[in-house]
Design a protein around this ligand. Sequence first.
Ligand code: FE
Ligand code: ZN
Ligand code: FE
Length: 181
Amino acid sequence: MQESLRELYINELKDLYSAETQMVKTLPKMAKAASSNELRQAFEEHVRQTSEQVSRLEQIFEQLDEKPTGKKCLGMEGLVKEGAEVMKEDYEDSVKDAAIIGAAQRVEHYEIAAYGTLRTFAEILGEDEHVPLLEQTLNEEKEADQKLTRIAEEVNASAEEGETTTSARVETSRMRTRRAA
Ligand code: FE
Ligand code: ZN
Ligand code: FE
């Protein structure tokens, strides 16, 4: 019984390793495609975090005396393809940013689900050293998702207005003042 959950745990770790290494390659492309400085910086920061997340998984594999390779995460492959699709569209800048954020948040949610599952497996299997490593990444993914939500508030307003980020923000606050009056 214990043995088969351990196998599942290792397979899912390999899947996640594949997912993370796919993102190391994809996030710089998303950064490049972003028009908003804030969005580009968020992606650049998350590339650095993602490399650390890969190292954390490698640490776990070392402790398990297993190889991280041999599996391709099809879920992430699909999300990456969808992201590439929206980046190719001929959207206006802030609309494209809104689309990229949508694609990136799908990725973060996918990772949050995976790390949550694996942390629970690590707890059940008594892999006490893995739990904080998985949890640290889980928290980073949640923070990345929240940051994207914050950036989306501005970007989506601009996308809707068809204006630059700053003027859209001024417009939004003007509308709020008008409503309050
Ligand atoms: Fe990640
Ligand atoms: Zn997967
Ligand atoms: Fe992530």
